[in-house]
Ligand binder design. Structure first.
Ligand code: FQP
Ligand code: MG
Length: 219
């Protein structure tokens, strides 16, 4: 079973088939795993998103790759798919199925992540049995068209000051250049789509994120 712990510095890669441009998503995922990502979330969204059996097969391929590297495989939104293929965890937002119900459905051993934008939502996530919260958008992002107004670094700081033991993953517009501020705000991890999925050298980009941690920790 995948470890449920989310330690600093987690490099949490999120990807779907629409995020990798002309490159094959499984190749990009493999390179990201080689580079040392700590978590992977399959987030299959958009006009040409895979569905049905095609999605299931793609999810299984991602899962197999993640397993080979000992990296937890987490599915975005789709609780049914996560159950069906026995994913390591699920990530849900405020507009998705209710967190407490999802925890009940998946049992205590699976990783449950919940998106939050305030201390209030973080409190609810904790009550529902979340293992970590995704806090964002930290910076403006173009990947998610329905993204809310940036919660910013202040959002991470306030959640960490109220719940020091709750793992917080910053998401939204994070790059190796600005990541040190996310670490300095107290986040356990950075979640990244574009900056890794569209990098020319994916493994190297992941390493740049890992290196950004030491800088942040010194602050
Ligand atoms: N945080 C994270 C994580 N993953 C996510 N997918 C989100 C936040 C956003 O439901 P949500 O979740 O608000 O939107 P969407 O389903 O479009 O992603 F912390 F895991 F990095
Ligand atoms: Mg969602």
């Amino acid at each position: 079973m995948a470890l449920k712990f989310i330690n600093k510095p987690s490099i949490y890669f999120i990807m779907g088939t629409e995020n990798t441009g002309t490159r094959h998503p499984l190749t990009v995922l493999k390179e990201a795993l080689e580079g040392g990502i700590s978590h992977f979330q399959l987030r299959e969204k958009g006009q040409f998103a895979l569905t049905g059996d095609e999605l299931k097969q793609f999810a299984k391929d991602c899962q197999q790759l993640c397993r080979a590297y000992g990296v937890p495989f987490i599915i975005n939104d789709d609780v049914e798919l996560a159950e069906e293929i026995n994913a390591d965890g699920i990530h849900i937002g405020q507009e998705d199925e209710e967190a407490a119900a999802v925890r009940k459905r998946l049992g205590p051993d699976k990783i449950l992540g919940v998106s939050v934008h305030s201390v209030q939502e973080a409190a609810e996530a904790v009550g529902a049995g979340a293992d970590y919260v995704g806090m964002g958008p930290v910076f403006p992002t173009y990947t998610k068209s329905d993204a809310k107004k940036p919660a910013g670094l202040v959002g991470i700081l306030s959640v960490k000051s109220t719940y020091p033991n709750l793992p917080v993953i910053g998401i939204g517009g994070i790059t190796p250049e600005n990541a040190e501020n996310v670490w300095a705000a107290g986040a356990e991890g950075v979640a990244v789509i574009s900056s890794i999925a569209q990098a020319e050298d994916v493994a190297h980009q992941v390493k740049l994120f890992s290196h950004s941690y030491k800088k942040g920790a010194l602050k």
